[in-house]
Design a protein around this ligand. Structure first.
Ligand code: GNR
Ligand code: NI
Length: 167
């Protein structure tokens, strides 16, 4: 297992559109395991491969309090159900900022598991919100894209300054 480096906004690599996984093999299983370890140690409730500079369609999510309910979704496809809700989101690639974003409170996800088998599940509330957030990453989209240009630019400038000062 390994802790992977998380890219931070406005790194242009976060804008890469991830490619579908062609075959679920040991390299993908290792990636998923490393992503879970990286997510837990951050700590976060989700992580997309895009955030660790791997542009393949893999996400991991665990919204449990005890960090004992890991989910891996490979080539996820989501169907939006339920109603729109506002929820304050954060992102490991936008550290220190939380802003309200509109999401659906209920979704259906179809994906491959780490054995390469397709499965479907329904997710609600924070689990649903997190999966939508992670799927956005795979398309190069960040929660700050839903904010006003003014707010996004303020966050960008603060993070650029923090990155300069961190060397
Ligand atoms: O840890 C995270 N918390 C979070 C809170 C509200 C909505 C979405 C998230 S996902 C985020 C981890 C992350 O950046 N995943 O891409
Ligand atoms: Ni994120």
């Amino acid at each position: 297992m390994a802790i992977l480096e998380i890219l931070e906004f406005p790194d242009p690599r976060l804008r890469t559109k991830a490619k579908p996984v062609a075959e679920v093999d040991d390299s993908i299983r290792t990636l998923a395991g490393d992503m879970l370890e990286t997510m837990y140690q951050a700590p976060g409730i989700g992580l997309a491969a895009s955030q660790v500079n791997v542009h393949q369609r893999v996400i991991v999510v665990d919204v449990s309090e005890e960090q004992d309910d890991p989910h891996v979704f490979i080539n996820p496809e989501i169907e939006l159900l339920g109603e729109e809700i506002l929820y304050p989101e954060g992102c490991l690639s936008v550290p220190g900022y939380y802003e309200e974003v509109t999401r659906h409170n209920h979704i259906r996800v179809s994906a491959l598991n780490t054995e390469g088998e397709r499965f479907t599940l329904e997710a609600k509330d924070l689990f649903a919100i997190c999966i939508q957030h992670e799927c956005d990453h795979l398309d190069g989209k960040l929660f700050v894209d839903y904010l006003s240009t003014l707010k996004r630019n303020r966050i960008r400038k603060k993070l650029e300054k923090a990155h300069r000062e961190a060397g």
